[in-house]
Design a protein around this ligand. Sequence first.
Ligand code: GCU
Length: 837
Amino acid sequence: MRGLWFLTALSGLAVAEDGLNAWLRYAQLPPNLTRHDGIPSTIVALNATETSPVYTAGQELQKGISGILGQTPNVTHEVSDAASVVVGTVAAFNSSGIATEVPALEEDGFWLSTKDDKVEIVGQNERGALYGAFEYLSMLAQGNFTEVAYATNPSAAIRWINQWDNMDGSIERGYGGSSIFFARNGISSNVTRISEYARLLASIRVNGIIVNNVNANAALLSDTNMAGLAKIADAMRPWGVRVGISLNFASPQSAGGLNTFDPLDSKVISWWNGITDKLYTHVPDLAGFLVKANSEGQPGPITYGRTLAEGANLFARAAKPHGGIVMFRAFVYDNQHLNERNWKDDRANAAVDYFRDLDGKFDDNVVVQVKYGPIDFQVREPASPLFAHLQKTASAIELQITQEYLGQQCHLVYLPPLWKTILDFDLKVDGQKSVIGEDVLSGRRFNKTGLTGYAGVVNVGQHPTWLGSHLSMSNLYAYGRLAWDPNLDSAAILDDWTRLTFGLSETVVNTVASMSLVSWEAYENYTGNLGVQTLTDITGPHYGPNPQSMDNNAWGQWTRADAYGIGMDRTVKNGTGFAGQYPEEVAAQFEDIETTPDDLLLWFHHVPYTHVLKNGKTVIQHFYDAHYAGAETAATFPKQWEAVKGLIDDQRYDEVLFRLTYQAGHAIVWRDSINTFYNSLSKIADEQKRVGNHTWRIEAESMTLRNYRSATVNPFEMASNLHVVQASGGSTASVSAPLNFTSGTYDIAVAYYDLAGGSASYELFVNDKSIGKWVGDNESKLGYTTTNGVNGHSATRITFKRIEVKEGDTVRVEGKPSGSESAPLDYVAVLPPGVVD
Ligand code: GCU
């Protein structure tokens, strides 16, 4: 296999790629896998209307087959004997008189049969036919020519995307460039990327998209913007993706000139009816609305003493005559009045507290959209107990493809293993099997017909790679696959994605798998363990470490860490009572510290740092060890990736390598700051004596300084040895020191801080020999939320490999400040082979 791939690489397959085609590249198969017989010569798409997904399927099949097999079939719309691929709906097959034995299909489902050079793709509806075409092309692109005949149906009817795009073109929690939908407070005039996005979404069987932020702007409801919305819908319709919008509850007042937005006020009701009717004249197949109400400062029905159900039903009734639905978010909590001094206060309780008694009070076209965990997309949370309480109300799960708390697409974190902890979780409602994906979201468990499913928060932007990171795209791909079938295997989905994205080389497939499948665990290890949440800056960018920001505020993401212990007591007997929100069996499991799994220990229990885990370690030692293990795993990623050099195009190889290298450095920043913080709080030493001891580092503040001055940082633990140096003027500054290490070959790493407001330039020397130059310009290369602070978001490092060093040599770093970036340095590490520090 390897040798063969060497050949294909040489034969020019490795042309630079920017990622725009994602997993729909249709790259030509290598000669040994290409079929020369039975290449489809004619495609019959049983619909000649250009806006029809069946028509689109015909075009896509032609494009795909021509790319993959190198021969372009004709597309017609009339059945003929020459036809080798026929795609259409069940109804169209029947009326064309083609005899086919298709089992009963559900909405959006399809039948695919590839036999004797004849391919039949039969959709229950037009969308299903298009999905079948993509499935067939996915097989071909992976060199899979086996004969198949099967039907597949979606696990749930709702498989939507939520973009959090603002009308000014920014994206809330966006790390992949600006919006493809909006610009300058209106709708983008260029719909090319919108239609390309719809193509990607159709290929993973996503059938709806909310295009604007949940923190919604009523300006979207102007006549001009409604007309623009129609253009978006027109661009997405041929791909079977229906468009919907987020609504701002206060619009009747803020945009409609009324003096109220009370959902029971007749003026308000008729205002919304009028707006909805108008929207449907522009977009007759509008999927519906998404509403965030009474949460994080957003207006809602509670403002008028009305229930959340009364609020949701207002929109449901306006949309009902048009066939629209309302996704009403369960992410409702009061961030003004949570008080950490009250041991029983708990934000995690909010969703069930607000919604439990409303079950059955929602109209039948309302779907309550529930974040996977009770807080907010943390690195680990238990499943939301609300899924057990919505028995008469349609519900959907909200997953986040956007890596808001998970490395902002600058860290590789393959999310399906995290999502699986929720989708595979059995809530055991009334003692019966109630697995969230298979039973609850499918509607089976509570006999819900029709409306259940999935909403995925995505921050696709103008970046050529959509999410800003090639590897993050596996999460978007996997989201669609899991929404169709939550029982799919995360590793198998990933392999499909890799083959489609990077080609069929086994080395590439294995490398992506071996990094991705441990990436979430590694990230959890170096961020927040044992269910304590991602220990990031929750009042700021949600990116780098800042454990103390979690407490002493009303956001309710508390750790309750003090000098003696850590964790939220959520038991019924002594804590916030959250554990009791689960059905009996599950509640009993979490109530008891003995039966609570280690990885959720601190979510449910407050324990001393010396509490011994089931793995035999104390909590504090586990923190230390996990942080070291996580950073060590991240350090293997760039090395692993080097194995694919030459097996994929250089552009994507380099771009991925850059991010993985950055991640390896930032994982060490995480490791050190979290360990320093808890070490200082608990005063308990690391049994392995690593925390605070860095044999191979030379702290910048201890070097000879020229135009640099030593400073502390905020928070204190964001610098090695608690100090950095910052240039004291605008001219070049330097730090230098003798190298007291045995002569040999070392990697030299320089830890520095890369701020938003400047691009300082640096140079590393050993004696007077320049080892390398670089610029602090991560802000233009990586999409994370930048800051102007010297802190855990800006902390980064660069490594120069295999440098010959003699004992007594002098190492020197020169830094030239730029803008507000004072060329801050933390330390220089001189690392023997294999040492991660
Ligand atoms: C998080 C996120 C916000 C977002 C909110 C939501 O809190 O940080 O940016 O608006 O979730 O889901 O509504």
